[in-house]
Design a protein around this ligand. Structure first.
Ligand code: FE
Length: 211
């Protein structure tokens, strides 16, 4: 049984970047829907008592893999995902998305020293990281997610996944931060303007997830 995670802030706490109405639908309808679907699918099966991450890995087993063990199907052929995989992955992806955001309080409070030095070490500046995220988000065709992950040697990278795709399939990669770029994440406020959503989201990004 997987529970809908508690939002770590009030539904209006990310305004004006992300409106209360957007969060109310996104968290209250979409995210809750994936949790409910998942719980119906696992009921009475061997998956019922499994941890969310294990369900995702197990349900992704049927996908073709590359030499490093990464399940190609979840990133490149998302239509092949089973209902169990896509609902479990969407629960996980949304959990990390809500944790990847935080209220901008006090305004302009920015990030910790640790996050700042990690970003500077690998990207040179926060602006270069933001450009990489923006490029990845705006180039992704259709629905998906933009991730900042790290390799085993601690080096980070930006990547996208389609639909319910998640980097959890790669045992050598740790997802640190994610931005939901499905239209339901921004349509109520920004209509089809994904670039505008990304441009406005920076003040509420929880950069400390990188620390
Ligand atoms: Fe979403």
């Amino acid at each position: 049984m997987t529970e809908l995670m508690k939002l770590p802030y009030a539904q209006d706490a990310l305004e004006p970047a992300i409106s209360k109405e957007t969060i109310s639908y996104h968290y209250g309808k979409h995210h809750r829907g994936y949790v409910d679907n998942l719980n119906k699918l696992v009921e009475g099966t061997a998956y019922a008592d499994m941890k969310l991450e294990d369900i995702i890995r197990e349900a992704g087993q049927d996908f073709p893999r590359d030499g490093r063990g990464t399940a190609l199907g979840t990133q490149y052929c998302p239509g092949n995902g089973s209902p169990l995989f896509v609902n479990a992955a969407q629960v996980y992806n949304h959990n990390l998305y809500w944790e990847s955001l935080r209220p901008d309080e006090p305004v302009g409070s920015g990030m910790s020293e640790a996050a700042s030095s990690y970003i500077n070490e690998y990207w040179g500046s926060i602006d270069r990281l933001k450009s990489a995220v923006t490029r990845t988000a705006t180039k992704l065709f259709g629905s998906g997610w933009v991730w900042i992950c790290k390799h085993e040697d601690n080096s980070p990278f930006v990547r996208a996944t389609h639909d319910a795709g998640t980097p959890l399939d790669d045992p050598l990669v740790t997802p640190l931060l994610v931005i939901d770029v499905w239209e339901h994440a921004y349509y109520l406020q920004y209509k089809n303007d994904r670039a505008k959503y990304i441009e406005q989201i920076w003040p509420v990004i929880n950069w400390d997830k990188l620390a």
